[in-house]
Write a protein that binds this ligand. Structure first.
Ligand code: HMG
Length: 383
Protein backbone atom coordinates (compact mmCIF):
# COMPACT_ATOMS: atom_id res chain seq x y z
CA UNK A 1 0.00 0.00 0.00
CA UNK A 2 1.25 3.48 -0.84
CA UNK A 3 0.54 6.38 1.50
CA UNK A 4 1.39 9.99 0.84
CA UNK A 5 0.40 13.40 -0.46
CA UNK A 6 -2.99 13.24 -2.11
CA UNK A 7 -3.58 17.00 -2.30
CA UNK A 8 -1.36 20.02 -1.78
CA UNK A 9 -2.45 23.67 -1.63
CA UNK A 10 -0.83 27.00 -0.86
CA UNK A 11 -2.19 30.32 0.33
CA UNK A 12 -0.49 33.65 0.97
CA UNK A 13 -2.01 37.04 1.88
CA UNK A 14 -2.78 39.66 -0.74
CA UNK A 15 -0.11 42.23 0.20
CA UNK A 16 3.55 42.15 -0.86
CA UNK A 17 6.80 44.12 -0.78
CA UNK A 18 9.37 44.38 -3.57
CA UNK A 19 12.87 43.51 -2.31
CA UNK A 20 14.54 46.07 -4.58
CA UNK A 21 12.49 48.81 -2.87
CA UNK A 22 13.35 47.39 0.58
CA UNK A 23 17.07 47.25 -0.28
CA UNK A 24 17.05 50.88 -1.44
CA UNK A 25 15.22 51.99 1.72
CA UNK A 26 17.71 50.14 3.93
CA UNK A 27 20.76 51.48 2.07
CA UNK A 28 21.73 48.03 0.73
CA UNK A 29 22.67 46.94 -2.80
CA UNK A 30 19.51 45.46 -4.45
CA UNK A 31 21.68 42.64 -5.85
CA UNK A 32 22.50 41.54 -2.31
CA UNK A 33 18.79 40.82 -1.73
CA UNK A 34 17.85 39.49 -5.18
CA UNK A 35 21.06 37.57 -6.01
CA UNK A 36 23.13 37.21 -2.81
CA UNK A 37 20.11 36.10 -0.74
CA UNK A 38 17.82 35.24 -3.63
CA UNK A 39 14.55 36.96 -2.69
CA UNK A 40 12.55 39.17 -5.09
CA UNK A 41 9.27 39.84 -3.24
CA UNK A 42 7.92 39.01 0.21
CA UNK A 43 4.34 38.51 1.30
CA UNK A 44 3.10 40.93 3.97
CA UNK A 45 0.39 39.96 6.47
CA UNK A 46 -2.39 42.44 7.24
CA UNK A 47 -3.62 42.38 10.85
CA UNK A 48 -6.86 40.66 9.89
CA UNK A 49 -4.98 37.54 8.79
CA UNK A 50 -3.04 35.10 10.93
CA UNK A 51 -2.00 31.45 10.85
CA UNK A 52 -5.55 30.23 11.40
CA UNK A 53 -7.06 32.22 8.54
CA UNK A 54 -4.14 31.44 6.21
CA UNK A 55 -4.30 27.72 7.02
CA UNK A 56 -8.06 27.64 6.49
CA UNK A 57 -7.73 29.55 3.20
CA UNK A 58 -5.16 26.99 1.98
CA UNK A 59 -7.25 23.99 3.04
CA UNK A 60 -10.44 25.39 1.48
CA UNK A 61 -8.78 25.25 -1.94
CA UNK A 62 -8.61 21.44 -1.87
CA UNK A 63 -11.09 19.91 0.57
CA UNK A 64 -14.08 18.10 -0.92
CA UNK A 65 -17.08 16.68 0.93
CA UNK A 66 -15.49 13.22 0.60
CA UNK A 67 -12.26 14.47 2.22
CA UNK A 68 -14.19 16.09 5.06
CA UNK A 69 -15.99 12.78 5.64
CA UNK A 70 -12.73 10.78 5.72
CA UNK A 71 -10.52 13.18 7.72
CA UNK A 72 -9.94 11.81 11.20
CA UNK A 73 -7.12 14.04 12.33
CA UNK A 74 -6.06 17.66 11.82
CA UNK A 75 -2.43 18.42 12.58
CA UNK A 76 -1.59 22.14 12.59
CA UNK A 77 2.14 22.95 12.47
CA UNK A 78 3.13 26.49 13.36
CA UNK A 79 5.60 28.57 15.35
CA UNK A 80 3.35 31.67 15.09
CA UNK A 81 0.37 30.30 17.01
CA UNK A 82 -2.45 32.56 18.20
CA UNK A 83 -2.96 31.00 21.63
CA UNK A 84 -0.70 29.38 24.20
CA UNK A 85 -3.41 26.96 25.29
CA UNK A 86 -5.84 26.21 22.47
CA UNK A 87 -4.42 24.71 19.31
CA UNK A 88 -4.86 26.50 15.99
CA UNK A 89 -6.24 23.16 14.79
CA UNK A 90 -9.39 23.55 16.92
CA UNK A 91 -10.16 26.92 15.33
CA UNK A 92 -9.45 25.53 11.85
CA UNK A 93 -11.60 22.45 12.47
CA UNK A 94 -14.64 24.65 13.05
CA UNK A 95 -13.94 27.03 10.16
CA UNK A 96 -13.51 24.06 7.78
CA UNK A 97 -16.69 22.35 9.03
CA UNK A 98 -14.77 19.20 9.95
CA UNK A 99 -16.46 16.57 12.09
CA UNK A 100 -16.27 17.00 15.89
CA UNK A 101 -15.21 13.34 16.08
CA UNK A 102 -11.62 13.90 15.01
CA UNK A 103 -8.29 14.53 16.73
CA UNK A 104 -6.91 18.09 16.55
CA UNK A 105 -3.44 19.15 17.65
CA UNK A 106 -0.85 21.90 17.16
CA UNK A 107 2.81 20.98 16.66
CA UNK A 108 5.91 23.09 17.20
CA UNK A 109 9.59 22.65 16.38
CA UNK A 110 10.47 25.73 14.34
CA UNK A 111 10.22 25.14 10.58
CA UNK A 112 10.46 21.37 10.99
CA UNK A 113 7.03 20.79 12.59
CA UNK A 114 5.15 20.42 9.29
CA UNK A 115 7.29 17.43 8.40
CA UNK A 116 6.72 15.85 11.79
CA UNK A 117 3.00 16.30 11.14
CA UNK A 118 3.32 14.75 7.69
CA UNK A 119 5.12 11.71 9.11
CA UNK A 120 2.52 11.27 11.87
CA UNK A 121 -0.17 11.49 9.20
CA UNK A 122 1.57 8.87 7.04
CA UNK A 123 1.90 6.45 9.97
CA UNK A 124 -1.73 6.96 10.98
CA UNK A 125 -3.07 6.36 7.47
CA UNK A 126 -0.90 3.25 7.13
CA UNK A 127 -2.75 1.82 10.14
CA UNK A 128 -6.15 3.20 9.03
CA UNK A 129 -6.06 3.18 5.20
CA UNK A 130 -9.70 4.27 4.80
CA UNK A 131 -9.03 7.48 6.77
CA UNK A 132 -7.34 10.75 5.77
CA UNK A 133 -5.32 13.30 7.74
CA UNK A 134 -5.21 17.01 7.06
CA UNK A 135 -1.85 18.63 7.76
CA UNK A 136 -1.67 22.44 7.81
CA UNK A 137 1.67 24.26 8.03
CA UNK A 138 1.19 28.02 8.45
CA UNK A 139 3.49 30.77 9.66
CA UNK A 140 4.47 34.41 9.66
CA UNK A 141 8.24 34.95 9.46
CA UNK A 142 8.86 38.15 11.42
CA UNK A 143 12.33 39.42 12.28
CA UNK A 144 11.69 43.13 12.70
CA UNK A 145 12.16 46.35 10.76
CA UNK A 146 15.75 47.19 9.80
CA UNK A 147 17.14 43.83 10.97
CA UNK A 148 19.43 41.56 8.91
CA UNK A 149 16.60 39.01 8.80
CA UNK A 150 14.06 41.49 7.38
CA UNK A 151 14.79 40.49 3.78
CA UNK A 152 13.97 36.86 4.71
CA UNK A 153 10.51 37.58 6.16
CA UNK A 154 7.35 36.24 4.49
CA UNK A 155 4.13 34.39 5.28
CA UNK A 156 1.74 31.77 4.06
CA UNK A 157 0.20 28.38 4.58
CA UNK A 158 0.36 24.93 3.07
CA UNK A 159 -2.43 22.36 3.38
CA UNK A 160 -1.79 18.70 2.64
CA UNK A 161 -4.29 15.85 2.55
CA UNK A 162 -2.55 12.56 3.37
CA UNK A 163 -4.25 9.39 2.18
CA UNK A 164 -3.69 5.85 0.93
CA UNK A 165 -3.17 5.58 -2.87
CA UNK A 166 -2.26 9.28 -3.03
CA UNK A 167 -2.68 11.22 -6.26
CA UNK A 168 0.53 13.27 -6.04
CA UNK A 169 3.37 11.46 -4.27
CA UNK A 170 3.99 8.42 -2.10
CA UNK A 171 6.07 9.07 1.02
CA UNK A 172 8.81 6.44 1.08
CA UNK A 173 9.74 4.76 4.38
CA UNK A 174 13.33 5.92 4.13
CA UNK A 175 13.55 8.92 6.49
CA UNK A 176 16.70 9.84 8.34
CA UNK A 177 16.48 12.55 10.99
CA UNK A 178 18.40 14.23 13.78
CA UNK A 179 17.88 16.72 16.61
CA UNK A 180 20.40 18.78 18.56
CA UNK A 181 20.20 21.77 20.90
CA UNK A 182 21.62 24.72 18.91
CA UNK A 183 21.13 28.47 19.60
CA UNK A 184 20.76 29.50 15.94
CA UNK A 185 17.21 30.91 15.94
CA UNK A 186 14.50 31.05 18.60
CA UNK A 187 11.57 33.16 19.78
CA UNK A 188 10.97 33.49 23.53
CA UNK A 189 7.28 33.59 24.47
CA UNK A 190 7.37 37.32 25.24
CA UNK A 191 8.80 38.26 21.83
CA UNK A 192 6.81 38.85 18.63
CA UNK A 193 9.99 38.68 16.52
CA UNK A 194 12.57 35.93 16.13
CA UNK A 195 16.04 36.13 17.67
CA UNK A 196 18.60 34.77 15.26
CA UNK A 197 22.29 34.22 14.63
CA UNK A 198 21.83 34.19 10.86
CA UNK A 199 25.27 32.97 9.86
CA UNK A 200 25.30 30.22 12.50
CA UNK A 201 21.83 29.12 11.34
CA UNK A 202 23.03 28.88 7.74
CA UNK A 203 26.06 26.82 8.80
CA UNK A 204 24.01 24.44 10.97
CA UNK A 205 21.51 23.94 8.14
CA UNK A 206 24.33 23.05 5.74
CA UNK A 207 26.01 20.73 8.25
CA UNK A 208 22.80 18.89 9.13
CA UNK A 209 21.98 18.40 5.45
CA UNK A 210 25.42 16.96 4.76
CA UNK A 211 25.25 14.65 7.80
CA UNK A 212 21.78 13.40 6.88
CA UNK A 213 22.65 12.98 3.20
CA UNK A 214 25.53 10.74 4.16
CA UNK A 215 23.35 8.72 6.60
CA UNK A 216 20.59 8.53 3.97
CA UNK A 217 22.81 7.22 1.20
CA UNK A 218 24.41 4.71 3.59
CA UNK A 219 20.98 3.51 4.74
CA UNK A 220 19.20 3.34 1.38
CA UNK A 221 22.16 2.66 -0.98
CA UNK A 222 20.66 5.35 -3.24
CA UNK A 223 22.93 7.89 -4.96
CA UNK A 224 22.46 11.41 -6.33
CA UNK A 225 21.73 9.94 -9.78
CA UNK A 226 18.55 8.31 -8.35
CA UNK A 227 16.94 11.73 -7.74
CA UNK A 228 15.06 13.95 -10.16
CA UNK A 229 15.26 16.91 -7.82
CA UNK A 230 15.33 18.26 -4.27
CA UNK A 231 12.74 20.23 -2.32
CA UNK A 232 14.68 22.07 0.37
CA UNK A 233 13.38 24.11 3.26
CA UNK A 234 13.95 27.58 1.77
CA UNK A 235 14.25 30.35 4.41
CA UNK A 236 15.70 32.26 1.44
CA UNK A 237 16.30 30.67 -1.93
CA UNK A 238 20.11 30.86 -1.85
CA UNK A 239 19.97 28.42 1.11
CA UNK A 240 18.93 25.58 -1.20
CA UNK A 241 21.89 26.26 -3.47
CA UNK A 242 24.29 26.34 -0.53
CA UNK A 243 23.03 22.93 0.62
CA UNK A 244 22.94 21.26 -2.80
CA UNK A 245 26.36 22.59 -3.85
CA UNK A 246 27.91 20.51 -1.07
CA UNK A 247 27.02 17.21 -2.78
CA UNK A 248 26.90 18.14 -6.47
CA UNK A 249 30.38 16.72 -7.10
CA UNK A 250 28.77 13.29 -6.62
CA UNK A 251 26.96 13.76 -9.98
CA UNK A 252 28.05 13.77 -13.63
CA UNK A 253 28.15 17.19 -15.37
CA UNK A 254 24.78 16.52 -17.12
CA UNK A 255 23.18 15.48 -13.82
CA UNK A 256 24.63 18.52 -12.13
CA UNK A 257 23.07 20.79 -14.76
CA UNK A 258 19.72 18.99 -14.48
CA UNK A 259 19.66 19.17 -10.66
CA UNK A 260 20.56 22.86 -10.77
CA UNK A 261 17.68 23.52 -13.20
CA UNK A 262 15.32 21.57 -10.96
CA UNK A 263 16.56 23.56 -7.95
CA UNK A 264 15.78 26.79 -9.82
CA UNK A 265 12.25 25.45 -10.50
CA UNK A 266 11.78 24.65 -6.80
CA UNK A 267 12.77 28.23 -5.87
CA UNK A 268 10.31 30.07 -8.16
CA UNK A 269 7.47 30.50 -5.64
CA UNK A 270 9.59 30.92 -2.48
CA UNK A 271 11.53 33.71 -4.21
CA UNK A 272 8.21 35.58 -4.55
CA UNK A 273 6.86 34.85 -1.06
CA UNK A 274 9.76 34.71 1.42
CA UNK A 275 10.00 32.38 4.36
CA UNK A 276 6.81 30.72 5.56
CA UNK A 277 8.69 28.65 8.15
CA UNK A 278 6.79 25.32 8.49
CA UNK A 279 5.32 25.51 4.99
CA UNK A 280 8.46 26.59 3.10
CA UNK A 281 9.72 23.14 2.14
CA UNK A 282 6.28 22.16 0.82
CA UNK A 283 5.99 25.39 -1.16
CA UNK A 284 9.35 24.45 -2.71
CA UNK A 285 7.87 21.02 -3.49
CA UNK A 286 4.80 22.58 -5.14
CA UNK A 287 7.06 24.89 -7.11
CA UNK A 288 9.19 21.95 -8.27
CA UNK A 289 6.11 19.93 -9.26
CA UNK A 290 4.60 22.80 -11.23
CA UNK A 291 7.68 24.54 -12.62
CA UNK A 292 10.16 21.65 -12.95
CA UNK A 293 10.60 18.77 -15.38
CA UNK A 294 8.84 16.03 -13.43
CA UNK A 295 7.73 12.63 -14.73
CA UNK A 296 5.62 10.04 -12.88
CA UNK A 297 7.72 7.35 -11.22
CA UNK A 298 10.62 9.69 -10.43
CA UNK A 299 12.04 10.07 -6.95
CA UNK A 300 12.39 13.49 -5.29
CA UNK A 301 14.31 14.23 -2.10
CA UNK A 302 12.80 16.42 0.61
CA UNK A 303 15.03 18.13 3.18
CA UNK A 304 13.19 19.69 6.09
CA UNK A 305 15.07 21.88 8.59
CA UNK A 306 13.86 23.63 11.72
CA UNK A 307 16.14 25.79 13.81
CA UNK A 308 16.96 24.86 17.31
CA UNK A 309 17.56 22.34 15.56
CA UNK A 310 15.88 19.34 13.95
CA UNK A 311 16.05 18.05 10.39
CA UNK A 312 14.73 15.17 8.31
CA UNK A 313 15.57 13.85 4.84
CA UNK A 314 13.25 11.50 2.98
CA UNK A 315 12.06 10.76 -0.52
CA UNK A 316 8.81 10.94 -2.46
CA UNK A 317 7.77 8.78 -5.43
CA UNK A 318 5.80 10.79 -7.97
CA UNK A 319 2.45 9.20 -8.87
CA UNK A 320 0.91 8.61 -12.29
CA UNK A 321 -1.70 11.40 -12.24
CA UNK A 322 0.16 13.99 -10.20
CA UNK A 323 -0.27 16.63 -12.93
CA UNK A 324 -4.05 16.64 -12.73
CA UNK A 325 -3.89 16.69 -8.92
CA UNK A 326 -1.90 19.93 -8.79
CA UNK A 327 -3.27 21.70 -11.84
CA UNK A 328 -5.93 23.59 -9.85
CA UNK A 329 -3.29 25.38 -7.79
CA UNK A 330 -2.86 28.62 -9.69
CA UNK A 331 -0.04 30.01 -7.59
CA UNK A 332 1.28 32.28 -10.33
CA UNK A 333 -2.01 34.20 -10.50
CA UNK A 334 -2.34 34.39 -6.71
CA UNK A 335 1.14 35.89 -6.46
CA UNK A 336 0.59 38.31 -9.35
CA UNK A 337 -2.71 39.51 -7.82
CA UNK A 338 -1.08 40.73 -4.60
CA UNK A 339 -0.99 44.48 -4.03
CA UNK A 340 2.56 45.82 -3.86
CA UNK A 341 3.08 48.15 -0.89
CA UNK A 342 5.54 51.02 -0.61
CA UNK A 343 8.14 50.56 2.14
CA UNK A 344 6.35 53.05 4.40
CA UNK A 345 2.99 51.28 3.87
CA UNK A 346 4.69 47.97 4.70
CA UNK A 347 6.16 49.47 7.89
CA UNK A 348 2.69 50.70 8.92
CA UNK A 349 1.21 47.25 8.32
CA UNK A 350 4.11 45.64 10.21
CA UNK A 351 3.59 47.96 13.20
CA UNK A 352 -0.17 47.47 13.22
CA UNK A 353 0.07 43.82 14.22
CA UNK A 354 -2.42 43.33 17.02
CA UNK A 355 -2.50 41.06 20.00
CA UNK A 356 -5.59 39.45 18.63
CA UNK A 357 -7.20 38.67 21.98
CA UNK A 358 -7.67 42.44 22.34
CA UNK A 359 -9.65 42.80 19.11
CA UNK A 360 -13.38 43.03 19.65
CA UNK A 361 -15.50 41.51 16.87
CA UNK A 362 -18.39 43.81 17.65
CA UNK A 363 -16.41 46.84 16.48
CA UNK A 364 -14.25 45.33 13.67
CA UNK A 365 -15.73 44.50 10.28
CA UNK A 366 -14.77 41.86 7.70
CA UNK A 367 -12.37 43.23 5.08
CA UNK A 368 -12.93 40.71 2.30
CA UNK A 369 -15.69 38.16 2.42
CA UNK A 370 -14.33 35.68 -0.17
CA UNK A 371 -11.50 34.73 2.22
CA UNK A 372 -11.43 33.55 5.79
CA UNK A 373 -10.36 36.57 7.87
CA UNK A 374 -10.06 37.35 11.56
CA UNK A 375 -12.30 40.13 12.83
CA UNK A 376 -11.95 39.73 16.58
CA UNK A 377 -13.21 37.96 19.70
CA UNK A 378 -16.76 37.78 20.94
CA UNK A 379 -17.69 35.96 24.15
CA UNK A 380 -14.61 33.72 23.93
CA UNK A 381 -15.20 32.83 20.25
CA UNK A 382 -12.90 33.80 17.40
CA UNK A 383 -14.88 35.50 14.62
P1 HMG B 1 23.61 39.34 6.04
O1 HMG B 1 24.70 39.37 7.06
O2 HMG B 1 22.79 40.57 5.90
O3 HMG B 1 24.12 39.03 4.60
O4 HMG B 1 22.65 38.12 6.43
P2 HMG B 1 25.57 38.55 4.12
O5 HMG B 1 26.55 39.63 4.34
O6 HMG B 1 25.88 37.21 4.67
O7 HMG B 1 25.28 38.46 2.55
C1 HMG B 1 24.37 37.54 2.05
C2 HMG B 1 24.85 37.08 0.69
O8 HMG B 1 24.71 38.17 -0.24
C3 HMG B 1 26.32 36.67 0.66
O9 HMG B 1 26.41 35.56 -0.22
C4 HMG B 1 26.99 37.88 0.04
O10 HMG B 1 28.20 37.57 -0.61
C5 HMG B 1 25.93 38.31 -0.95
P3 HMG B 1 26.92 34.14 0.35
O11 HMG B 1 28.32 34.34 0.76
O12 HMG B 1 26.04 33.81 1.53
O13 HMG B 1 26.75 33.22 -0.80
N1 HMG B 1 26.04 39.71 -1.39
C6 HMG B 1 25.85 40.13 -2.66
N2 HMG B 1 25.56 39.44 -3.78
C7 HMG B 1 25.39 40.15 -4.94
N3 HMG B 1 25.56 41.50 -5.01
C8 HMG B 1 25.86 42.21 -3.91
C9 HMG B 1 26.01 41.52 -2.67
N4 HMG B 1 26.31 41.91 -1.40
C10 HMG B 1 26.32 40.80 -0.63
N5 HMG B 1 26.00 43.55 -4.00
C11 HMG B 1 21.13 36.28 6.39
C12 HMG B 1 21.97 37.24 5.54
C13 HMG B 1 20.43 35.30 5.47
C14 HMG B 1 22.05 35.52 7.35
C15 HMG B 1 20.10 37.12 7.19
O14 HMG B 1 19.15 37.66 6.30
C16 HMG B 1 19.37 36.35 8.28
O15 HMG B 1 19.82 36.28 9.42
N6 HMG B 1 18.18 35.72 7.94
C17 HMG B 1 17.40 34.97 8.92
C18 HMG B 1 18.01 33.62 9.28
C19 HMG B 1 17.90 32.60 8.16
O16 HMG B 1 17.13 32.70 7.24
N7 HMG B 1 18.67 31.50 8.31
C20 HMG B 1 18.64 30.42 7.36
C21 HMG B 1 19.02 29.05 7.95
S1 HMG B 1 18.09 28.71 9.45
C22 HMG B 1 16.54 28.15 8.87
O17 HMG B 1 16.39 27.83 7.73
C23 HMG B 1 15.43 28.11 9.87
C24 HMG B 1 14.46 29.27 9.80
O18 HMG B 1 13.61 29.11 8.67
C25 HMG B 1 13.65 29.37 11.09
C26 HMG B 1 12.95 28.14 11.65
O19 HMG B 1 13.40 26.99 11.54
O20 HMG B 1 11.93 28.37 12.29
C27 HMG B 1 15.15 30.60 9.63
Amino acid sequence: MTVGIDKLAFYTPGLALDMVELAKARGDEPDKYTIGIGQSVQSVVPNYEDVVTMGVNAAKKILTAADIEAIEMLIFATESGVDNSKSAAVFAQKLLNLSPYIRTIEMKQACYAGTYGLMQAKDYVRLHPDKKVLVIAADIARYGLKTAGEVTQGAGAIAIVVSADPAIAAIEDDSVYMSQDVPDFWRPVASTTALVDGHLSTDIYKEMFLTLWSRYTAKTKLALADFAGFAFHLPYTKMGKKALDQILDQATPEQQKFLQEQLAASQVYNRQVGNLYTGSVYLALLSLLQQGQIIAGQRLAVFSYGSGAEAELFSLKIQENFQSAIVGQDVVTMLADRRLLSVSEYEDVFNSQLFDYQVDATTAGPKNTDRCQFVGWQNGHRR
